[in-house]
Design a binder for this molecule. Sequence first.
Ligand code: ZN
Length: 214
Amino acid sequence: MTHLPEKLLTGYHNFMHGRFEVESDRYRRLAQEGQAPDTLVIACCDSRSAPETIFDAGPGELFVLRNVANLVPPYEPDGEFHATSAALEFAVQALKVKNIVVMGHGRCGGIKAALDPAMKPLSPGDFIGRWMSLLAPATEAVAGNSMMTTTERQTALERISIRYSIANLRTFPCVKILEDKGRLTIYGAWFDISTGELWVMNKETGDFERPEAG
Ligand SMILES: [Zn+2]
């Protein structure tokens, strides 16, 4: 009788005898000194878009916030349960990260569900529907565009959602103030799962551009 799935135990074994052994000094130092990552990545929960894998990051390098469709809600200090805002607050105010990267990805299930009028709630509470309603104005605009194919609509909304999350980031006073002071920089990126390409948002135009080769 094991208390964890076999695959996870095997993976953990490999980790202990591989990466942990190689990086044990680093883990010990991080344990003693605490974490000091420079960058917060806000990514989707999707199992194919893990920031640590995509950015080849070691322990202590990235502070990662993942939720359905990498959305940032607007600043709402209303006493409700705001998991994303709490993680954001910790990264910016306690860890004092220098960079925030909002990273969306292709074939995002959350975005697909938002665009699909036939999509039924998974539960009576419909947490996903409520969460994705953050994007409602953009979703309606994109869903109603009959000139675009389904795939084009999907990619468009994935990218719009990144710009939207970045706009919401700036509604948090701590983010806005630090960005205005030049102590925090915000980036957008979109990961193409099938090719592995990371498209980066041009800060001036908001367009997503293919990375330079190399
Ligand atoms: Zn996703």
